[in-house]
Unconditional design. Structure first.
Ligand SMILES: Cc1cc2nc3c(=O)[nH]c(=O)nc-3n(C[C@H](O)[C@H](O)[C@H](O)COP(=O)(O)OP(=O)(O)OC[C@H]3O[C@@H](n4cnc5c(N)ncnc54)[C@H](O)[C@@H]3O)c2cc1C
Length: 635
């Protein structure tokens, strides 16, 4: 039975959430060089201009400004993250969607989803999408911040696709270690602690703080037990196996996930990389509320086959003044997998016919810009949990304004309590059984095809609303090696002037989600696996409210009617070898097609989608990219 309830969010809860947005976080940043107007910048000429203060962009800004002889400017369209509680309190993150910290994009109607459009949340704030989190539409209370590094097969596939062994698993390890440090989490005293102090867990000594979930409940230990029971059964072998460490190269298995939090706060690329650079150095400036509108070609190169793009045109409103900012060394595009291809296309770099059809002068015919766009499909199902201990789910808290108030108050005063951690503790990565002659859509046997993720409570999503009573387990299933591909185009359908609108107009985003049958079948397999998992002995007290495997045809319709994405779009300016017609950047992330002076460092460059949550992979790639930029600019 599909759970449906007409319960709506009470006005008092909504007003609490609005208030939360306004509460001040006690951590106050010293503003070293944060500007709100490009006219106030001390200069219009920098060595490097980084477009986008997001996950990757802040890594680049920090590492390039380590050299005090270089001046770095970061141009960010969004807002300052300081004082926004829903950014910093881990449990509250998803309330950021559809607010001032989100670009609020949607896809074009998706044929694989019965022509539904789905939301495309993207961070519009210092920290970018590492500062906002998932799941919206009802209570918006769910934040995952999952920290997964991807498999050794994934990185080795990037080495193959680019022809550069430096992207391979072994070579990338020093950069992975530069990103994060595993810190202790304050544990729920009523339960044995998750294995946060295990010295064998993959770890590093970088600025992003990573913790094991600090509110593991009795339900979470049922997940572990179920995994171990299935692992020891003859029928399922290792498909449901338990794993202690998903970040050690082999991602397959069920276990505690790591999350990007520390000391009860979100650790984002802004808190870990940008603010420390801003507060400690005087050679890095950041201008917020300012959109890059296009890259400007050096006039002397306009008709040359090799063209240097040495400036960025920026604006604060569609009709406001435009300012030209010059980069004497390089422009680094870190505007994300939507913003980066949009900017390239607006700069005349992209498929000639599409660029011209949008009314933009074509300067570089680069066919892959905006192609290869892909995201992970996601589906949510709900199970009722009979009479758990009160502390086992967050249902009571999130339906009661005074308990929410207490949780906010506890977080505000001591960074502890329910809101100091993400609402998911456990997940599992699985392989779909493949026929012997069936191509493997993943990057190898250590990479997953599907994911199952558990939340101890009712995570309202889509049409579902939290019932007024009862306790729930929300089960997310996702296809992490999808075969469907989409694209991004400039939108010339509105009749408005595309060049004038620039990045104030949303591009046409088409994920092509669920357009390939393999992805639908993989989701069906994931739903069946979730039922198998929850049919084991530790779940005796769980009753499925929606049995997804009742009928395969109904299940397919359920999938097409309810699938959204995991908000992990990638690939729209992919890295590849010279012979690869859709390659947008080379192995050093320099834009191809004779473009000089421009690199892309963000989620757009992935040749294939990481079979995991991608933020840690993006940080890692950005660390190596910073090293490559330094190497290429020694003189
Ligand atoms: C709601 C949500 C939840 C997520 N949860 C997880 C998770 O649990 N685990 C995980 O691993 N991943 C998660 N992700 C995915 C992950 O956050 C992203 O893949 C990653 O942050 C992308 O990094 P990026 O550097 O490519 O882009 P972003 O971090 O999005 O940065 C791009 C930046 O560029 C700015 N920008 C864009 N265009 C312009 C322009 N024209 N001018 C100036 N600035 C511009 C944007 O405002 C933004 O700050 C989530 C994403 C979302 C949206």
């Amino acid at each position: 039975m599909l759970l449906s309830s007409s319960q709506s969010l009470s006005p008092s809860l909504k007003s609490i959430l609005s208030l939360v947005l306004l509460l001040a976080v006690s951590t106050v940043h010293v503003r070293a060089a944060l500007y709100t107007d490009p006219a106030d910048l001390p200069t219009t000429e920098y060595d490097y201009i980084v477009v986008g203060a997001g996950t990757a962009g802040n890594v680049i800004a920090n590492r390039l400004s380590e050299d005090s002889s270089r001046r770095v400017l970061v141009v960010e369209a969004g807002v300052d993250d300081t004082g926004i509680v829903t950014v910093h309190a881990p449990f509250l993150g998803p309330n950021n969607q559809q607010t001032l910290t989100d670009w609020n994009y949607t896809t074009v109607p998706q044929t694989g989803l019965n022509n539904r459009s789905i939301t495309v949340p993207r961070g519009f704030v210092l920290g970018g999408s590492s500062s906002i989190s998932e799941y919206s539409t009802f209570f918006d209370f769910f934040d995952f911040m999952v920290w997964t590094q991807g498999s050794s097969d994934l990185f080795d596939s990037y080495a193959d696709a680019s022809g550069d062994p430096g992207w391979g698993w072994d070579a990338i390890q020093p950069f992975w270690k530069k990103v994060s440090t595993l810190v202790p989490s304050p544990n729920n005293p009523t339960l044995p602690p998750p294995p946060s102090s295990d010295p064998t867990l993959s770890n590093g000594n970088g600025p992003v703080q990573i913790a094991l979930p600090n509110f593991a409940t009795e339900l979470d230990y049922r997940v572990i037990n179920a995994s171990q029971i299935l692992q020891s059964s003859n029928t399922t072998s290792d498909r449901f196996k338990y794993t202690q460490d998903m970040n050690g190269g082999d991602t397959i298995g069920f276990g505690f996930n790591q999350e990007s939090t520390g000391g009860g706060e979100r650790s984002s690329s802004a808190t870990a990389y940008l603010w420390p650079a801003l507060n400690e150095r005087d050679n890095v400036d950041v201008v917020i509320g300012t959109r890059a509108m296009r890259l400007v070609v050096d006039e002397c190169d306009r008709y040359n086959s090799q063209k240097r793009f040495g400036a960025v045109e920026v604006a604060q409103s569609v009709d406001g003044p435009r300012t030209i900012l010059n980069a004497t060394r390089e422009i680094v595009l870190s505007a994300g997998s939507i913003g980066t291809p949009q900017l390239l296309l607006l700069s005349g770099i992209g498929p000639k016919d599409e660029v011209e059809a949008a009314g933009v002068e074509s300067l570089v015919n680069l066919k892959g810009v905006g192609k290869n766009l892909v995201d992970h499909p996601l589906l949510l199902t709900y199970y009722s949990v009979s009479a758990p201990p009160a502390s086992s789910t967050f249902d009571d808290t999130i339906r009661n304004p005074s308990l929410i108030n207490s949780a906010i108050s506890e977080w505000s005063t001591s960074r502890s309590g329910l809101f100091s951690t993400a609402p998911t503790s456990l997940l599992g990565f699985m392989r779909v059984p493949l026929a012997s002659d069936e191509p493997d859509p993943s990057t190898g046997p250590k990479s997953a095809h599907t994911e199952i993720l558990f939340l101890d409570g009712f995570a309202a999503l889509g049409a579902a609303k939290q019932p007024s009573e009862g306790y729930f387990l929300s089960v997310i299933t996702a296809v992490v090696s999808p075969t469907s591909r989409g694209s991004l185009l400039l939108d010339s359908t509105s009749g408005l002037n595309v060049t004038q609108q620039g990045t104030f107009s949303q591009p046409l985003i088409d994920y092509g989600i669920m357009s390939e049958e393999w992805d639908v079948n993989a989701m069906l397999q994931a739903l069946e696996d979730a039922d198998t998992f929850l049919g084991t002995e530790p779940w005796g007290a769980v009753s499925g409210l929606f049995n997804t495997t009742d009928s395969s045809s109904n299940s397919e319709q359920y999938i097409r009617e309810n699938t959204i994405s995991v908000y992990h779009p990638i690939g729209s300016a992919k890295m590849g070898k010279a012979g690869d017609k859709l390659a947008v950047v080379d192995e050093r992330l320099r834009v191809r097609g004779g473009v000089k002076g421009v690199r892309v460092v963000d989620a757009s460059v992935f040749p294939t989608i990481p079979e995991c949550h991608p933020q840690a992979v993006i940080y890692t790639i950005a660390e190596r990219a910073a090293e490559l930029i330094k190497q290429d600019n020694v003189l």
